[in-house]
Design a protein around this ligand. Structure first.
Ligand code: HEC
Length: 120
């Protein structure tokens, strides 16, 4: 009896370990499909999001942004990034980022923490 109990606990902790890791990766994959997320990533069809926190909007010199995005002026932080993830087309009508997701508020918050680990 006791060993079954121990094995169940063991199985539970393994599945929890797996759960603790998959969501972050899965979240980041929603963006890495189109964006480089670090300096070493290959460029995607969107601008690089490496060190996006504190960067001015539409400021990657080698990326050709839409007019819609070039019209904006602010620096990216967690709140603006979250707003962008929720509704990029409202922030920049006509943006080339056509991206729809069904992320929960918690998931969006987690994603902005992953992309801006150290807010300025
Ligand atoms: C289908 C491709 C695609 C996906 C998926 C996507 N993006 Fe984008 N993203 C783009 C494109 C294209 C642009 C450039 C938009 C423009 O020029 O109007 C962009 C622009 C951006 C910008 C502006 C960057 C800057 O330099 O100012 C941010 C921030 C951004 N995306 C974040 C995200 C995040 C976070 C995710 C994941 C939740 C995501 N994107 C998913 C294509 C995508």
């Amino acid at each position: 009896m006791k060993s079954i109990f121990t094995m169940t606990l063991f199985a539970l902790s393994i599945s929890q370990m797996a759960f603790a890791e998959t969501p972050d990766k899965a979240l980041l994959m929603m963006c890495s499909a189109c964006h480089a997320l670090s300096e070493n990533d290959q460029a995607g069809i969107g601008p690089s999001l490496a060190d996006i926190g504190g960067k001015a909007v539409a400021s990657e010199s080698e990326y050709s942004y839409s007019k819609a995005l070039r019209k904006l002026s602010f620096t990216w932080d967690r709140p603006t990034l979250a707003a962008w993830i929720y509704a990029s087309e409202q922030m920049a009508p006509g943006t080339a980022m056509r991206h729809h997701n069904s992320l929960t508020e918690d998931e969006v918050n987690r994603l902005t923490e992953l992309l801006i680990p150290d807010p300025h």
